[in-house]
Ligand binder design. Structure first.
Ligand SMILES: [Zn+2]
Length: 449
């Protein structure tokens, strides 16, 4: 990330160019919910695709899953979420504002949920009024299943995707006939009724997770934990995040969640400080053990070598798509002087760029637009593309630079005679002339080579 990137600039870029909009904006919005626009959905899909390719497609020990958002509520009893997935909350007796007690006490956001409430030591930051005692506030969204709204029909929107994988452990084991170690990967929406959402899309109430549950023989868990910490750290570096803004931090004992034996975080240096992109936890046999006890079903693995039944340990790399989205945008954003003008540019990795190629006739001249549209049609089956013929060519290059498009293809008057076009590269602004007949293979070499 250049020093030019601020949260304000990224929020403005996201809105102006159609990456992220406030949810239901025409009605005043709703806190902690965001909509991804035409470019945003492409970037988000590309992040998810890059993750799936690395953790499922390219590995021989991983399979995918897509579990339902609403599950039998007993799942949340067994997982501990009903009892402990809560933040301490205080209300101002004067202005009725609501705050997280741990944030008021420390002046910084707490990194883990489920800690006991601390007595508030300060007064209302809004009006100086007196605060109530702290009460625990469960972060799960409640709903009702079926036509009757009573206690028997209460259900929850999942606060994490992980539990869908634990409760399907036996289904996946039997249908895929896997041996330990093996893992499941899942991408999906999760919901947390955060008391104080904020920092743009960093802390949302509706968000998307990419989670892995990797099942191993007890005793090999620490080794596999290290394996996943290294794998996941490398993934961010491979997609171009600045090494000096990325770190792996081992959590202190008092920071660990109730189910974790050990946890590492991959953190990114945002303008608001080092913040978690991904947690990689050793969850031991906590989850399978709890679900086995609660459901009465055996969630075990038969080890043919030793002839014993074991409850596997679990390594869980868990990341949030929305905060990765924000990190990749902030890291890619740069401004530089080009011929006396400031050029804003997103130096996104080409695999992440929302649009791979923009097709730009030199002008709206009637001789240039038809061959421009023909070139556009030639490229559309292969990549996400844009066609733009409005305003000067210089301004159109800038527009594509600002949204991270790696290549622009320009059709000019020479094209009419030599059947060739110019490919212009985003970062270096270098141009090469390529025959239209070779354009797809030339771009393939650049984008995928
Ligand atoms: Zn107040």
């Amino acid at each position: 990330m250049s020093t030019n990137a601020t949260v304000e600039k990224i929020v403005s870029l996201c809105k102006r160019r159609g990456f992220v909009f406030q949810s239901s904006e025409i009605y005043g919005g709703i806190g902690g919910f965001w909509d991804y626009g035409p470019l945003g959905v492409e970037l988000k899909n590309n992040i998810k695709r890059a993750w799936w390719k690395a953790v499922v497609q390219e590995r021989d020990d991983m399979v995918g899953l897509d579990a339902a958002i609403v599950m039998n509520p007993t799942v949340w009893k067994a997982s501990g979420h009903l009892d402990t997935f809560a933040d301490p909350m205080v209300d101002c007796k004067e202005c009725k504002h609501r705050f997280r007690a741990d944030e008021l006490a420390h002046g910084v956001p707490a990194s883990a949920h489920g800690h006991a409430a601390e007595a508030p030591v300060v007064r209302c930051p809004e009006c100086g009024g007196e605060l109530t005692e702290a009460r625990m506030f469960n972060l799960m969204f409640r709903t009702f299943v079926g036509p009757v709204e009573d206690d028997a029909s209460v259900a929850y929107l999942r606060p994490e995707t992980a539990q869908g994988m634990f409760v399907n452990f036996s289904n996946v084991l039997q249908t895929t006939r896997r041996k330990l170690p093996f893992g499941m990967a899942q991408i999906g929406k999760a919901f947390r009724n955060e008391i104080t959402p904020g920092n743009f899309i960093f802390r949302d109430r509706e968000f998307e997770q990419m989670e892995i549950e990797y099942f191993v023989k007890p005793g090999t868990d620490e080794e596999w934990h290290q394996h996943w910490v290294e794998e996941r750290h490398r993934w961010y570096l491979n997609l171009g995040l600045s090494p000096e803004r990325l770190r792996v931090r081992r959590l202190d004992r008092e920071e660990l969640a109730h189910y974790a034996k050990d946890t590492y975080e991959v953190e990114y240096l945002f303008p608001m400080g080092w913040s978690e992109l991904e947690g990689i936890a050793n969850r031991t046999d906590f989850d399978l053990g709890r679900h086995a006890e609660s459901s009465g079903r055996e969630l075990e693995y038969f080890d043919e070598e030793t002839g014993e039944h074991v409850v596997p340990y679990v390594i869980e790399p868990s990341s949030g798509v929305d905060r990765l989205f924000m990190a990749f945008l902030m890291d890619a954003y740069d401004e530089e002087e080009v011929r006396g003008e400031t050029r804003a540019i997103l130096r996104l990795h080409k695999n992440l760029a929302p649009t791979k190629v923009a097709v730009l006739p030199l002008s709206r001249n009637e001789k240039l637009v038809p061959p421009g549209r023909e070139v556009w049609a030639l490229l559309r089956p292969h990549w996400m593309t844009q066609f733009d013929d409005a305003q000067s060519i210089g301004r159109r290059y800038r527009r594509q630079d600002e949204v991270g498009t790696p290549y622009c293809v320009t059709i000019d008057f020479d094209t009419l005679t030599d059947q060739a076009v110019t490919i212009r590269e985003r970062d270096s602004m270098e141009q090469v002339r390529v025959p239209i007949a070779n354009l797809v293979s030339a771009l393939r070499e650049k984008l995928e080579g």
